[in-house]
Design a protein around this ligand. Structure first.
Ligand code: NDP
Length: 489
């Protein structure tokens, strides 16, 4: 009950930007926040200007130079991070409600998946705050010179995140940035700003000094672009489309800020004849229909050995037809809506385009005739690799299927993509599994598991799927820089 009234109170606020530990009520321009399950607005946030971004960046710079942050003991940073994790769990119901209303996905799944994973990201990096180290190095004149390296925070970091896992994406960037000692300006997606705003308050409640975490809401091409171009920002960490990733690269050139980019994918699921078929079939369906296919590592291309093609694809088609599509507050719903009317049009146009080029719809293919942005789980066959539907990231519940004869052929097909984010392999033959894992040009491979991410496991892309690896020590390094010191002995 208390949670319900605090959610209602939060939603009824006139949301501003969270800058320097306080709410800044900026300008008159607002963005309506829509519930994708109804297509109706239920809140609004500020549409941040370049000036708002500038305020936030300057607040972060001041915080970076302020003793309460820069001189805080690493163990203190660790305690703050741990406390943020606890507060996320203490406010799980409230955050899940905001996330469900804003993103549309299942409230139960948010409580089971997104919230604990967000809390765990902070707990995981709480441990790293006290384990940042340089090296002592042997240099060319031993005895005459002594050399060592120190790791220092990169400085002010801009964090630009998308709408598919709003709270989680924010956590995955904030946690390593804070562990490293950076100060942050977070820009959530215009569609899903609410949990980021609430998280900023929880971070303050955890004791993190004002200005260390700032949140500016707004449109990507205004607020995001201003953050990416700001000369007092030392680094931008971005998750989103490859197209916008390239714009950020251009914007970053002004002050050559550092970048880490987690971009698009067109990830293959590959099923060999000796696979454990029940698990493989289920994972092939889950790989594309989980979160309505709005997952950067979604298994959007299915490759099945020719001998099993009809059986495996037939099973995925059955799953697609059985999945109950509906709003996230209905416990019977197995797949929620797409995020926006724009995405609905985009997904439909990919499917229509594929059909015009000769693809056949084996399941789904259309939006649901009801309020909200619901699209049917869709399976396409008779696709060719050169079709847009088979080569571009759709970010919806749309699977394309192809057959293969042998390992080399499927490796060629799987690698025939501008992307290289992840792949999933199903075989019981270790030699096949390792041989294919070596050949695939992707940053993340799962063998006989549809399983997701782990905070200790580096994640990121080859080719146009991005720069850098998030999670684990590599994820921390994205927010650190190395200073080499040489001393005459
Ligand atoms: P974007 O890549 O446009 O959005 C991701 C984030 O970048 C959002 O916060 C967005 O703000 C911001 N942004 C947009 N333009 C700029 C810019 N010029 N400078 C700085 N930041 C910017 O994704 P979309 O929401 O438009 O989705 C389109 C497609 O992108 C999807 O269909 C999917 O293919 C891909 N995508 C991939 C994701 C992934 O995890 N790999 C995640 C999300 C999308 P705003 O929301 O205000 O536009």
């Amino acid at each position: 009950m208390a949670q319900q009234s605090s959610i209602a109170a939060f939603l009824s606020r006139r949301h501003g930007h969270f800058i320097d530990g306080a709410w800044l009520d900026a300008g008159e321009q607002r963005i309506e926040v829509m519930n994708p399950a109804t297509g109706r607005s239920f809140a609004s946030v500020a549409a941040g200007s370049a000036q708002d971004v500038d305020h936030a960046v300057r607040a972060a710079r001041r915080a970076l130079e302020h003793n309460s942050w820069s001189a805080a003991l690493p163990s203190q940073r660790g305690r703050w991070l741990w406390r943020i994790g606890e507060l996320i769990e203490n406010h799980a119901e409230e955050l899940a409600e905001l996330e469900y209303l804003n993103n549309g996905k299942s409230r139960a799944l948010i409580l089971k998946g997104d919230i604990p994973a967000a809390a765990d990201a902070f707990r995981y990096y709480a441990g790293w705050a006290t384990k940042i180290y340089g090296q002592t190095l042997a240099v060319s004149r031993p005895g005459a010179l002594h050399a060592y390296t120190v790791k220092e925070p990169l400085g002010v970091v801009g964090l630009i995140v998308p709408w598919n896992f709003p709270l989680l994406m924010a956590a995955w960037k904030l946690a390593p940035a804070l562990a490293a000692g950076c100060a942050c300006v977070l820009k959530p997606a215009e569609e899903t700003p609410l949990t980021a705003l609430r998280l900023a308050e929880l971070i303050q409640e955890a004791g993190v000094p004002p200005g260390v975490v700032n949140v500016v809401t707004g449109y990507g091409n205004v607020t995001g672009a201003a953050l990416a171009a700001h000369t007092l920002v030392d680094k931008v960490a971005f998750t989103g489309s490859t197209e916008v990733g390239k714009l950020i690269v251009q914007a970053a050139a002004g002050n050559l800020k550092k970048l880490s980019l987690e971009l698009g994918g067109k990830s293959p699921t590959i099923v060999f004849p000796d696979a454990k078929l029940t698990a493989a079939k289920e994972a092939a369906a889950m790989g594309i229909f989980f979160n309505a296919g709005q997952v950067c590592a979604a298994g959007s291309r299915l490759f099945v050995h020719r001998s099993l093609f009809d059986e495996v694809v037939g099973s995925v088609v059955d799953s697609a037809r059985r999945i109950r599509v509906g709003p996230g507050d209905d416990p019977r719903s197995q797949m929620g809506p797409l995020i926006s009317a724009k995405q609905l049009v985009r997904v439909q146009s990919y499917v229509n385009g594929g059909c015009e080029e000769g693809a056949k719809v084996a399941a789904g293919g259309r939006r649901l005739e009801r309020d909200g942005y619901f699209f049917e789980p869709t399976v396409l066959v008779d696709t060719r690799p050169d079709m847009r539907v088979a080569s571009e990231e759709i970010f919806g519940p749309v699977l394309v299927c192809g057959a293969f004869e042998d390992l080399d052929e499927v490796a060629r097909q799987a690698n025939d993509s501008i992307y290289g984010l992840s792949a999933s392999i199903w075989t019981q033959d270790l030699t096949t599994a390792h041989a294919l894992a070596r050949k695939l040009q992707v940053g993340s491979i799962r063998i006989n598991t549809g399983g997701g991410l782990d905070p200790n496991l580096p994640f990121g892309g080859y080719k146009q799927s991005g720069w850098g690896r998030e999670f684990g020590q590599e994820g921390l390094e994205l927010y650190l820089q190395t200073k080499a010191v040489l001393i005459s002995a």
